[in-house]
Design a binder for this molecule. Structure first.
Ligand code: ZN
Length: 335
């Protein structure tokens, strides 16, 4: 793999640096930049790139990347760690999932590897991909539930069009990550139903043969110390697995489920979503178990939301009002 161009910034062996890279500009000419952190080890080794806040209302990855950068020293590192804590500055300013200045309101995590002659979002995706993420060895992309959900799971990316090795290596990264965080594959059916999913960062890197996991940790519009700790501990484990750090991986007692399939039961009616006590993050529920009722303003239950199979709950919904087809509780299938 060729070394990332890093927006032209030269980083030598043993150097730890942070800088801002131009990504766009405001209509008055003010430059818009993304923060970039780089720790290059004294010794050679793989390059791991970390991505945060592709969605602007997802904050725990921002905290995890910046803290990891503060903790790591080049003398302890084999290879290079690169982090972009805020990938989508426009969405981050607005505290929104999407960039409101993109004319088509495109989801940055549906348009990778981008297009240099496209809209604002496509140009940003192209810059980030060509300067960093398309030429690293491994990627961890931090996401979470955003303002409306809480999440705790890993997605193994790039499981669709590559040779299988990229995906298997990604699965290994998820196992190393550990911390009892349930893991799901990118699901072909999911991508076929919603074609935009082939434009996720992990989809685009996967097609380049770059093993990638997306770590969905936290949500509800705030920083959670326990989710940041999982992100940092899990990432350090992956770095130990890749030979970038020495030492023992941090292991917890919590069982890590590997789900072969996953699904969001979706309402067909609108209403107020009233969860049952079992509908907790990472709880295990049986097939058909009631997760929530959708009620009308007179208190009548108009629809029940039930687990489609025996599941570990990967996402819980925090916004109370639902429309038909909305995401409710994300269920990962377990035996
Ligand atoms: Zn996200």
């Amino acid at each position: 793999m060729t070394a990332p161009n890093l927006f032209g910034k030269k980083v030598t062996a043993g150097q730890k640096t942070k800088f801002r890279a131009p990504i766009a500009e405001l209509p008055d000419g003010t430059p818009v930049t993304v923060p970039v952190v780089v720790v290059r080890g004294v010794e050679d080794g793989p390059t791991l790139a970390l991505s945060g806040a592709i969605h602007g209302d997802e904050y725990n990855g921002v905290a995890a990347i910046s803290r990891l950068f503060q903790q790591l020293e080049p003398r302890d590192l084999h290879g290079t760690l690169i982090g972009v804590p805020v990938m989508n500055p426009f969405a981050y300013y607005a505290e929104r999932r999407l960039n409101i200045f993109d004319y088509e309101l495109q989801n940055l995590n549906r348009i990778f590897p981008g297009d240099p002659r496209g809209d604002l979002g496509q140009i940003m995706a192209h810059r980030l991909f060509t300067e960093i993420f398309g030429s690293t060895d491994y990627v961890i992309d931090y996401h979470e539930g955003g303002r409306d959900f809480m999440a705790r799971y890993l997605i193994v990316g790039g499981g669709l069009e590559e040779d299988g090795q990229t995906f298997e290596r990604g699965r290994e990264m998820a196992r190393w990550f550990g911390h009892g965080v349930p893991t799901v594959p990118t699901r072909r059916l999911h991508v076929e139903r919603r074609p935009g999913y082939s434009g996720t960062l992990s989809g685009a890197t996967g097609r380049q043969g770059i093993s990638t996991i997306a770590a969905e940790l936290g949500g509800a519009g705030r920083v959670w110390e326990e989710h940041v700790a999982d992100a940092i501990g899990g990432t350090r484990n992956v770095m130990i697995g890749l030979g970038m750090l020495s030492g023992e991986m941090l292991r917890t007692q919590e069982q890590q489920y590997f789900c072969e399939t996953h699904e969001w039961p979706r309402p067909t009616r609108s209403g107020l979503l009233v969860p049952t006590p079992v509908a907790e993050l990472n709880a295990v529920v049986d097939e058909g178990e009631l997760l929530a009722n959708i009620v009308d303003p007179f208190g009548e239950v108009v629809e029940e939301i039930r687990a489609p199979f025996r599941s570990v709950i990967l996402d819980t919904r925090h916004s109370a009002v639902v429309y038909p087809g909305d995401w409710t509780y994300h269920c990962g299938k377990i035996d």
